[in-house]
Design a protein around this ligand. Structure first.
Ligand code: FEO
Ligand code: CA
Ligand code: CA
Length: 675
């Protein structure tokens, strides 16, 4: 049995999304001497590190007390100490969402809700692609907001992927039997549920937000929406297909994870795990996909193409690499959308490189250049940033600006002395020459990972969101990497088999985000600080509610304070905690102190977060509620299905499955959050 089939058929993984993520545990970075090994045992042999399974007294005996960073008392943090003024929430994991006392957390929009004037009402038992393409999509991840005027603006939401087993009645899990239940109609609904939603929301006099379906600019972006390319790879022969002989137009965007908003109010959608949507019927004698005859086999291998985690290629030739070998080269980019102009075709900006883009958070640097940080979310992949050639001006601050096509993409090398070097991915410089397979800047834009391999960038513990902050800082979420071996540990990724992740702070030279050098430091090493072999490091004032695992998304509020949301995936049983939103102190005596503000219903990850409305409004996205790791929910202890989910959040109606939803947080009585 191939490693992929072993994972698919393992009882450890309750649904396809968990199996997909576990398979991606196998790194594709060739600069490592790793073997495939036993993913299941290394990553999911979790019961030995379950909370309480390794007690404090036992670990003290084994490791001594110096390794412990226990809170001085459960309630050591006080409002007077913290810059974040709220009473910490109690940790836990159950069917509902929870918010700190004194705040409202209201569901704003759910999967299936109509977002255009003529969209049909949601009918979960009679879903169609036509209806879905006018309704809010599935698995909301990034949330951005383009304000039109105070109390009114366009909400921009990414729809990352679909969970067929809780989305469609009577279907169940599909990856174990070759997607036999996936009809063309179901595939087309999935394709319409991907992409993004752009729609107006308004705030009432009482302070409640709601969707305005009647703005004609409201639109869905799906896996079928026409878009164009710009930048060095646009029109390149490697982007040409039978449907697009010019290599200039592509249908759709997929697996849009995090994203960003530009300073001029356009919406950036990051294409992350695009490899999973491509199919091939060419298999070896063991049934393992065989790409050796593909002309781009080396590139496909580095990117994990074809993943075969969706049946789309069985009905749409462009997702079958046997028929359209160049189609995968047209995904993995940053896509720009004009939220106010529904006729503006989205643009894939190839200059920002092709990889499993987690996000695209932008800032105007001290020297006026536009800088965008973006991580490549794979174990042992890299942290990147884009620096525009020109400074931002009123003339170039518009949709489709050359600020996103002319500039330099850099990849990070974290040196042991605390210096980070940003290495330019520029054709003709260093090893990035034709002799090494890079014929032009287009090849670097398409095979960005391989160019970064050649430069010797630092393989990281899964770079998720990266947020530029005040005074030339940036914060990087390294979510976890169970595959790092003791001999592969380095200063910036200091723990072997890191199940809980860490956060790195960068200070760019001269407080200028466009600098090619800076310093770096680790803010926190995540996980339970009372279990010595976890090796966590928090501010000692952090309570048992406040520590977290697997940082994923992050945002600053308008007071310049950092907030972190988490995604433990199916591994939440290691902590017992649901995913949630945490404040995180970055300065002063409380640096590394976090507090729990919001937590998800079971099985969900928390995305967004996005502060708007002078930080009086906070948007949070609860993604895939009721799915991940539900075997570890006491009393449920099985995988969720449409008919039998671990939670029916947020409707809690008998025949309605859980629905991914955006939640809007406001303070009771109004005012800035956590002030
Ligand atoms: Fe889609 Fe890297 O999380
Ligand atoms: Ca993410
Ligand atoms: Ca995630």
């Amino acid at each position: 049995m191939s490693p992929r089939d072993e994972i698919i058929h393992s009882d450890e993984f309750g649904n396809k999304a968990e199996a997909f993520e576990a398979f991606d545990d196998i790194p594709t970075n060739p600069n490592l001497s790793t073997t495939i090994g036993d993913v299941i045992n290394t990553r999911y042999g979790r019961r030995d590190v379950l909370r309480g399974a390794l007690g404090v007294s036992a670990t003290t005996a084994l490791f001594g007390t110096s390794a412990l960073v226990a809170p001085t008392s459960a309630n050591a943090s006080t409002a007077a100490d913290s810059r974040y003024i709220f009473d910490e929430l109690q940790w836990g994991n159950d069917e509902a969402h929870h918010i700190a006392e004194g705040y409202n957390a209201d569901v704003l929009v759910r999967w299936g809700d109509p977002i255009t004037a003529d969209a049909p009402e949601f009918d979960v038992m009679n879903q169609t692609a036509a209806a879905q393409s006018q309704q809010f999509g599935y698995n909301n991840d990034y949330v951005g907001f383009a304000e039109i005027e105070p109390g009114r603006g366009m909400l921009c939401v990414n729809h990352e992927y679909t969970n067929e087993e809780v989305m469609f009645p009577g279907l169940g899990r599909q990856d174990r039997d070759g997607f036999k239940g996936m009809t063309r109609d179901l595939v087309d609904i999935e394709m319409a549920a991907h992409g993004g939603s752009v729609f107006e929301i308004v705030k009432s006099a009482e302070g409640a937000w709601s969707v305005n379906r009647n703005n004609p600019a409201n639109r869905r972006i799906t896996a079928n929406t026409p878009m164009t390319f710009d930048g060095p790879a646009a029109g390149n022969p490697r982007l040409r297909t039978s449907a697009d002989p010019a290599g200039m137009t592509v249908l759709g965007t997929i697996n849009n994870c995090a994203g960003g908003m530009t300073p001029w109010g356009t919406y950036l959608m990051a294409e992350e795990n695009f490899h999973g949507y491509f199919w091939s019927d060419v298999v070896d004698s063991e049934g393992k996909v065989d790409i050796s005859a593909q002309p781009e086999a080396e590139s496909m291998k580095r990117y994990g193409v074809p993943g075969r985690w969706y049946a789309w290629g069985q009905y749409h030739d462009r997702f079958n690499i046997d028929k359209e070998p160049n189609e995968p080269n047209r995904f993995g980019y940053i896509v720009e959308v004009d939220p106010l102009n529904p006729d503006a075709m989205p643009i894939k900006h190839t200059a920002l490189g092709r990889f499993r883009h987690e996000g695209a958070e932008a800032i105007v640097a001290a020297d006026g250049k536009l800088v965008i940080y973006s991580g490549d979310d794979n174990r042992f992949d890299y942290q990147y940033k884009w620096v525009s050639a020109e400074a931002v001006t009123s003339e170039n601050s518009h949709f489709g600006s050359t600020l996103l096509s002319e500039g330099t993409l850099y990849v990070a090398r974290f040196n042991a002395d605390g210096v980070v070097d940003w290495l330019p991915l520029v054709h003709g410089q260093g090893p990035l020459t034709a002799e090494n397979g890079f014929d032009s800047q287009a090849d670097i834009a398409i095979d960005t990972r391989m160019a970064a391999d050649a430069l010797g960038a630092t393989p990281m513990d899964r770079p998720e969101d990266a947020q530029p902050g005040p005074n030339g800082t940036a914060y990087l979420m390294l979510t976890n990497n169970s595959r790092r071996k003791p001999e592969q540990v380095d200063a910036a990724n200091p723990r072997p088999q890191s199940n809980f992740g860490h956060i790195i702070e960068i200070k760019e030279d001269g407080e200028n985000h466009s600098a090619t050098k800076g310093t770096w430091d680790i803010v926190v090493l995540c996980g339970d600080p009372t279990i010595a072999d976890v090796g966590a490091r928090w501010n000692p004032e952090t309570s048992e509610n406040g520590w977290f695992s697997s940082p994923d998304n992050c945002a600053f509020d308008d007071s310049g304070r950092l907030w972190i949301s988490t995604d433990q995936g199916s591994g939440w049983g290691r902590t017992g905690k649901s995913d949630g939103l945490y404040s995180l102190e970055t300065e002063g005596d409380l640096r590394g102190h976090s507090k729990l503000f919001f937590r998800c219903p079971v099985g969900g990850e928390l995305c967004g977060p996005y502060f708007a409305d002078n930080s009086e409004t906070l948007f949070l996205a609860v993604q895939h509620p009721g799915t991940d790791g539900t075997k570890d929910l006491v009393g449920f202890e099985r995988a969720s299905t449409f008919e039998d989910p671990a939670t029916r959040w947020p409707d809690f109606e008998p025949n309605m499955p859980p629905r991914p939803s955006v939640v809007v947080v406001t303070k009771e009585g109004g005012g800035k959050i956590a002030v």
